[in-house]
Design a protein around this ligand. Structure first.
Ligand code: NAG
Ligand code: NAG
Ligand code: NAG
Ligand code: NAG
Ligand code: NAG
Length: 341
């Protein structure tokens, strides 16, 4: 009976299970597969997000180095994407920047030349930054200063900051440039800095400008202030009233010294990428400015300066001892300076 019962039971179980279990099993399997599905999905999502995160960082890291298109092979070392410490270049972050330095001598038109360059929306020329002695005390202070200028972290009224396409400054030959020429050439070549030599052809006229400017430093002819550059014909006329007297005994050695310094500078810096510009050519021929813009690889613009030339008159009217100067230079290789602008 018990066996029977058991049998019955067994039978019941056997006969009942095939009928009931599919439903239960199916439900169990369904629930199990759903749980599995959700689990697998969550793992997948986790893995995808874990996979994505470094990807995002990668994309940013790839974004940081910018690429300039349409460059010629030789240009590549001269193209930079500075990241200033003090601000963000924003929409211009990937605008390429060229580094330059105007290498010149006092009273060679570099002030005027710099205002012309700075009238360009994408050029920042930061003035005579090495006129401050501490900045040129040794090569480490020079390098530090240069690094700041070329990283676009130097500020003055001329800085265009984020959208500069060419950044530089003017550097007089007697401001540590000749003294540290080896290291500076090395820096220029390593960092891809281009040199713009700006010289004056007529060294006699330059000498007059030096003498007059040095006189005005004490005389302060313009309402008690000394100005090296002026913005009105009236001011220019007042400054030009002073007629310097040239020491004719020193005239030829002085002219020769300036000539030698110029030649030496060109020799020292000949391995850098450079262009030689003469003040007189800029004055007489405005397409020279296009050459400079082409050299700096900036978009060509019409450049303007408000500065007014101080000494415009013929040399014979500018010197107190014109006759002495005339005979001192007559028949020498500097004779042409007497007659040229
Ligand atoms: C360079 O000059 C600066 C400032 O004059 C000075 O503090 C520094 O010690 C000098 N460095 C070297 C290496 O001479
Ligand atoms: C020049 O500056 C303008 C305005 O700041 C900017 O939109 C442009 O991209 C710059 N051009 C270059 C070549 O950097
Ligand atoms: C000097 O100052 C006076 C009055 O302020 C002004 O009229 C004159 O133009 C100034 N002269 C120069 C050369 O700046
Ligand atoms: C002006 O300068 C350009 C470019 O440097 C030159 O090709 C041209 O011959 C010059 N024109 C004159 C009149 O000197
Ligand atoms: C320049 O020198 C020549 C002789 O070498 C002389 O004939 C001429 O008068 C001189 N000119 C002046 C302006 O002194």
């Amino acid at each position: 009976m018990a066996e029977d019962h058991c049998f019955f039971n067994k039978d019941f179980v056997i006969t009942k299970t095939p009928k009931k279990s599919p439903l239960v099993l199916r439900t169990v399997v369904l629930i199990f597969s759903m749980v599995c599905g959700v689990y697998i999905c969550s793992i997948c999502l986790k893995q995808i997000s874990a996979f994505r995160k470094p990807k995002l960082i990668d994309i940013q890291a790839i974004h940081q180095p910018c690429y300039a298109s349409g460059l010629e092979q030789w240009e590549i070392p001269y193209v930079h994407f500075p990241k200033p410490y003090t601000y963000s270049r924003n929409e211009c972050a990937c605008n390429p920047v060229r580094y330059f330095a105007i290498l010149s001598m006092q009273r060679s038109g570099s002030g005027w030349f710099e205002t012309l360059l700075n009238s360009h929306i994408n050029i920042s020329s930061n003035g005579e930054i090495f006129s401050v002695k501490e900045r040129r005390s040794n090569m480490s202070t020079i390098t530090e200063t240069l690094d700041r200028v070329y990283n676009l972290d130097w500020f003055n009224s001329a800085s265009k900051n984020e959208c500069s396409a060419a950044v530089g400054f003017k550097w007089m030959l007697n401001q540590g440039l000749m003294e540290h020429h080896n290291e500076i050439v090395e820096y220029f070549n390593r960092r891809g800095v281009s040199a713009v030599f700006l010289f004056r052809r007529n060294l006699l006229r330059r000498m007059i400008s030096v003498l007059a400017n040095s006189y005005d430093r004490d005389a302060k002819s313009l309402n008690g202030t000394h100005k090296s550059h002026v913005h009105s014909p009236h001011e220019a006329e007042i400054l030009a009233r002073y007629k310097p007297k040239v020491n004719t005994a020193l005239l030829i050695p002085d002219l020769k010294r300036v000539e030698d310094t110029t030649a030496k500078a060109l020799e020292y810096f000949k391995s850098t990428r450079h262009i030689i510009v003469y003040y007189e050519d800029l004055v007489n021929n405005h397409t020279k400015l296009m050459d400079v813009q082409e050299f700096l690889r900036v978009p060509q613009r019409d450049l303007k300066s408000r500065q007014v030339k101080i000494h415009k008159a013929p040399l014979s009217e500018q010197l107190e001892n014109w006759d002495e100067v005339l005979s001192a230079l007559n028949g020498t290789r500097y004779e042409s300076f007497l007659h040229l602008d």
